[in-house]
Design a protein around this ligand. Structure first.
Ligand SMILES: C[S@@+](CC[C@H](N)C(=O)[O-])C[C@H]1O[C@@H](n2cnc3c(N)ncnc32)[C@H](O)[C@@H]1O
Length: 537
């Protein structure tokens, strides 16, 4: 009720500035169950918002004896809380939680604001205060949610329970490492809840999130992993601590590693074959060219002719993801797009500008393109990064299958694709690498490194792709170059058949690996047996 009224009356920009995204009722119920389980005397909500957690805790245990404490920085949202302010078991403060004196609570429940720390207005004032409170430097804590978590963990009493929503990215980024370390070293983390169909459960969320359930009991025990599949699934859970599909040992979640692939692999039936190597052994993925003004730099045939631009001022360039529909992109495909007036060239001034080019640059300046965020940092503003065409391209956003393309043209590309540039080890394997990327096994293994989780739209950063695993050189030796070339030929017209062929080729590698592993196992067990015989004789 409060929420719909608030959302109606408040501009989205205001909500964004304060990180006001509200916890769905069913998720807050699970979190409330966790924090109320040991009859806490005091319960803190450091980012109160409209009080969904308080409401839920009161619904769950109407006669509880707890005293609730809430902080909320925003005057505007606070003014919607006058009814709640009358509750005798609730102390609400219209102030910045990060600036509060440290205190101790039996339970803490929180959905913190998640935004870049740089956007947080008081950041210069609060950081030294918190560092002093926790006795640690907060270097690299680039998301405000992590600062909330660090302070809250510090304020949790012995045996206290804490439930926190966190952006999923904290599992993988640098700033998450220190917190992950402290969650593990102190055996605080008991359960991680992830959502496989996030858009249904968190319809407003713009960031993928997870819920952390912690208890400060210093007991070393495996961490429970819960995957929630749907809203219906949520309704049925009566005790979240008993609802989990997997457990993972603390030692299998190293703080220095990205946790997303580890967690994802628990729910994937694809086991990454042993001896696979990082893709970075063969080269690296890089972002495509960021122009800062695609509408100016991208050029179609008609525009090139009209402007009279010469060959020295332009080059072939894929400017939109939709320009490629098949896994292989040929010169013929390029010419078709060009004739169809698609913008498949870009302004690329390598030598001196012709009169016509100078004219076009002037036109661009008249439109203010030279004053854009990116263009104004370049000298001259219209000179884009110099790039070679990449032989393999990857879609940045992918729904379902990953968009992988064997680029047989000399077209470069904008940021709509990530570009794979092979090194001297990858160069001779480029076709085989493509076959691997195209295969179902390759796709599953690469997806283990995806950034977002849950929403069907997956985003990959070049770094994620570089860390994904693929066959080593001798494993690739099990496929012949001819076989890989054949897949590429077929993929020009028939993607499905090409995927089937890729699957067969990559399964050959995986099966060979399994046979080798079985032989090795047998070898070692025979050896052990004979050592045993020797020992007993
Ligand atoms: C993600 S919302 C969560 C609100 C509510 N707890 C819920 O789960 O629906 C975060 C709330 O924290 C408030 N907030 C942001 N920075 C804060 C700060 N430094 N101290 C206290 N509250 C803050 C925001 O105004 C917002 O209402």
């Amino acid at each position: 009720m409060r929420e719909s009224e608030y959302i109606q009356n408040t501009p989205i920009s205001h909500r964004k500035d304060y990180g006001q995204f509200f916890t769905p009722q069913l998720v807050s119920r699970l979190m409330a169950q966790w924090v109320l389980r040991d009859e806490p005397e005091t319960v803190l909500d450091p980012a109160f918002g409209l009080g969904v957690f308080y409401d839920e805790m009161m619904k769950l245990k109407p006669n509880n004896q707890s005293q609730f404490i809430g902080y909320e920085i925003d005057k505007n949202i606070f003014s919607y809380l006058h009814e709640l302010n009358k509750q005798t078991n609730l102390n609400l403060y219209n102030s910045d939680y990060l600036e509060t004196e440290p205190s101790q609570y039996d339970a803490i429940i929180c959905n913190p604001p998640y935004m870049r720390f740089q956007k947080f207005l008081n950041r210069h004032d609060v950081l030294p205060i918190i560092e002093k409170q926790i006795g640690k430097k907060l270097i690299g804590y680039s998301n405000i949610s992590s600062v909330f978590l660090v302070k809250a963990l510090n304020e949790l009493k012995e045996n206290g329970n804490l439930a926190f929503i966190m952006p999923f990215e904290f599992f993988n980024t640098g700033y998450g490492k220190e917190i992950k370390k402290s969650l593990l070293d102190n055996y605080l983390l008991k359960q991680i809840i992830i959502f496989s169909n996030e858009k249904e459960i968190f319809p407003d969320a713009t960031t993928t999130v997870c819920v952390l359930l912690c208890k400060k009991d210093r007991i070393k025990e495996p961490i429970k992993i819960t995957q929630i599949e749907s809203g219906d699934n949520l309704v049925q859970i009566s005790d979240i601590s008993e609802y989990y599909q997997k457990i993972i040992d603390v030692s299998d979640l190293p703080f220095s590693k990205k946790w997303t692939p580890i967690l994802m692999s628990l729910f994937s039936d694809k086991v990454v074959p042993k001896d696979f190597v990082r893709l970075s052994v063969y080269g690296s993925f890089t972002r495509g060219i960021a122009t800062g003004a695609n509408e100016f730099f991208a050029l179609s045939k008609g525009k090139i002719i009209k402007l009279g631009l010469d060959d020295k001022s332009i080059c072939k360039c894929l400017t939109k993801s939709s320009q490629i529909r098949q896994p292989v992109f040929t010169e013929e495909d390029f010419t078709n797009l060009y004739d169809l007036e698609k913008p498949v060239h870009c302004l690329n001034i390598t030598f001196s500008e012709s009169q016509e080019t100078q004219e076009y640059i002037k036109q661009g300046e008249a439109f203010g393109y030279h004053e854009r965020y990116l263009t104004r940092t370049r000298t001259p503003w219209y000179k884009i990064e110099s790039r070679k065409p990449a032989p393999i391209l990857f879609g940045v956003f992918n729904r379902g299958r990953l968009k992988v393309i064997r680029n047989l043209t000399n077209a470069i590309n904008f940021t709509c694709f990530h570009c794979f540039y092979p090194n001297r080890f990858g160069e001779p394997l480029i076709n085989k690498l493509f076959v691997y990327f195209l295969s179902d096994i390759g796709q599953e293994i690469i997806k283990l490194n995806k950034r977002s989780y849950g929403d069907s739209l997956d985003k990959f950063e070049p770094g994620d792709l570089n860390e994904s695993l693929c066959p080593n050189q001798s494993q690739f030796g099990l496929i012949s170059e001819k076989e890989a070339e054949r897949v590429i030929e077929i993929a020009k017209n028939d993607e499905k058949e090409a995927v089937d062929r890729s699957n067969a080729l990559i399964e050959r590698i995986v099966n060979a690996q399994q046979v080798t592993a079985a032989i090795m196992d047998k070898h070692f067990s025979d050896q052990e047996k004979s050592m045993g015989r020797m020992g007993s004789s």
